[in-house]
Write a protein that binds this ligand. Structure first.
Ligand code: CO
Length: 134
Protein backbone atom coordinates (compact mmCIF):
# COMPACT_ATOMS: atom_id res chain seq x y z
CA UNK A 1 0.00 0.00 0.00
CA UNK A 2 2.69 2.53 0.92
CA UNK A 3 5.00 3.70 -1.82
CA UNK A 4 8.02 5.97 -1.69
CA UNK A 5 9.39 7.72 1.38
CA UNK A 6 8.25 11.28 0.69
CA UNK A 7 10.06 13.02 3.54
CA UNK A 8 11.42 12.84 7.05
CA UNK A 9 10.54 15.77 9.29
CA UNK A 10 12.85 16.98 12.04
CA UNK A 11 11.70 19.44 14.69
CA UNK A 12 14.41 22.02 15.39
CA UNK A 13 14.72 24.62 18.15
CA UNK A 14 16.80 27.03 16.01
CA UNK A 15 15.77 27.07 12.36
CA UNK A 16 18.64 29.28 11.15
CA UNK A 17 21.24 27.10 12.85
CA UNK A 18 19.67 23.90 11.53
CA UNK A 19 19.47 25.32 8.00
CA UNK A 20 23.13 26.33 8.13
CA UNK A 21 24.05 22.86 9.40
CA UNK A 22 22.38 21.16 6.44
CA UNK A 23 23.52 23.74 3.88
CA UNK A 24 27.09 24.38 5.00
CA UNK A 25 28.19 21.34 6.97
CA UNK A 26 26.25 18.63 5.15
CA UNK A 27 26.30 20.41 1.78
CA UNK A 28 22.61 19.91 1.02
CA UNK A 29 20.24 21.91 -1.17
CA UNK A 30 18.03 23.88 1.26
CA UNK A 31 15.03 26.11 0.54
CA UNK A 32 14.17 29.48 2.01
CA UNK A 33 11.99 29.22 5.14
CA UNK A 34 8.26 29.05 4.44
CA UNK A 35 5.61 29.97 7.00
CA UNK A 36 2.64 27.61 7.01
CA UNK A 37 0.25 29.28 9.46
CA UNK A 38 -2.51 26.73 8.92
CA UNK A 39 -0.10 24.02 10.17
CA UNK A 40 1.55 26.14 12.89
CA UNK A 41 5.05 25.65 11.49
CA UNK A 42 7.82 27.32 9.56
CA UNK A 43 9.44 24.79 7.24
CA UNK A 44 12.76 24.55 5.42
CA UNK A 45 12.76 21.90 2.70
CA UNK A 46 15.98 19.99 2.07
CA UNK A 47 16.03 18.23 -1.27
CA UNK A 48 18.08 15.05 -1.53
CA UNK A 49 18.42 12.80 -4.57
CA UNK A 50 16.03 10.18 -3.25
CA UNK A 51 13.82 11.99 -0.74
CA UNK A 52 13.35 15.20 1.23
CA UNK A 53 14.01 16.30 4.78
CA UNK A 54 11.84 19.00 6.33
CA UNK A 55 13.04 21.13 9.21
CA UNK A 56 10.04 22.15 11.33
CA UNK A 57 10.02 25.11 13.67
CA UNK A 58 7.00 26.28 15.70
CA UNK A 59 4.96 29.16 14.30
CA UNK A 60 2.34 30.83 16.47
CA UNK A 61 0.97 29.99 19.90
CA UNK A 62 -0.73 26.68 19.10
CA UNK A 63 2.00 25.01 17.10
CA UNK A 64 1.67 21.22 17.10
CA UNK A 65 5.44 20.87 17.53
CA UNK A 66 5.88 23.22 20.49
CA UNK A 67 5.12 20.41 22.94
CA UNK A 68 7.51 18.07 21.12
CA UNK A 69 10.34 20.60 21.43
CA UNK A 70 9.57 21.22 25.09
CA UNK A 71 10.22 17.48 25.65
CA UNK A 72 13.13 17.30 23.18
CA UNK A 73 15.13 20.48 23.70
CA UNK A 74 17.77 19.60 21.06
CA UNK A 75 15.08 18.77 18.49
CA UNK A 76 14.43 15.32 17.09
CA UNK A 77 12.80 13.26 14.39
CA UNK A 78 9.14 14.28 14.40
CA UNK A 79 7.54 12.12 11.70
CA UNK A 80 8.09 10.21 8.49
CA UNK A 81 5.88 10.53 5.44
CA UNK A 82 5.02 7.69 3.07
CA UNK A 83 3.29 8.16 -0.26
CA UNK A 84 0.01 6.42 -1.07
CA UNK A 85 -2.05 6.39 -4.27
CA UNK A 86 -5.45 6.67 -2.59
CA UNK A 87 -5.54 8.24 0.86
CA UNK A 88 -9.21 7.44 1.53
CA UNK A 89 -8.67 3.76 0.70
CA UNK A 90 -5.52 3.74 2.85
CA UNK A 91 -7.37 5.36 5.73
CA UNK A 92 -10.24 2.86 5.49
CA UNK A 93 -7.86 -0.10 5.42
CA UNK A 94 -5.82 1.19 8.36
CA UNK A 95 -8.88 2.00 10.45
CA UNK A 96 -10.26 -1.47 9.76
CA UNK A 97 -6.95 -2.92 11.02
CA UNK A 98 -7.27 -1.00 14.28
CA UNK A 99 -4.83 1.83 13.56
CA UNK A 100 -5.84 5.27 14.74
CA UNK A 101 -5.99 8.22 12.36
CA UNK A 102 -5.33 11.49 14.21
CA UNK A 103 -7.77 14.41 14.20
CA UNK A 104 -11.23 13.87 12.80
CA UNK A 105 -10.02 11.11 10.50
CA UNK A 106 -10.41 13.13 7.32
CA UNK A 107 -7.40 14.12 5.18
CA UNK A 108 -6.17 17.72 5.28
CA UNK A 109 -4.17 19.56 2.65
CA UNK A 110 -0.50 19.38 3.59
CA UNK A 111 2.60 21.48 3.00
CA UNK A 112 2.86 20.28 -0.61
CA UNK A 113 -0.77 21.03 -1.49
CA UNK A 114 -1.75 17.35 -1.41
CA UNK A 115 -4.07 15.39 0.92
CA UNK A 116 -2.39 14.10 4.06
CA UNK A 117 -3.26 12.42 7.31
CA UNK A 118 -1.36 11.34 10.39
CA UNK A 119 -1.40 7.97 12.17
CA UNK A 120 -1.03 7.50 15.90
CA UNK A 121 2.60 6.82 16.88
CA UNK A 122 1.56 4.18 19.42
CA UNK A 123 0.24 2.08 16.52
CA UNK A 124 3.51 2.39 14.52
CA UNK A 125 6.36 1.52 16.86
CA UNK A 126 6.52 4.96 18.42
CA UNK A 127 6.82 6.82 15.10
CA UNK A 128 4.33 9.44 13.98
CA UNK A 129 3.48 8.45 10.40
CA UNK A 130 2.15 10.84 7.77
CA UNK A 131 0.52 9.56 4.60
CA UNK A 132 0.46 11.78 1.53
CA UNK A 133 -1.57 11.09 -1.56
CA UNK A 134 0.56 11.68 -4.65
CO1 CO B 1 5.33 16.01 6.88
Amino acid sequence: MIGRLNHIAIAVPDLDAATALYRDTLGADVSAPQDLPEHGVTVVFITLDNTKVELLHPLGADSPIAGFLSKNADGGMHHICYEVDDILAASAKLTASGARVLGNGSPKIGAHGKPILFLHPKDFNGVLVELEQV
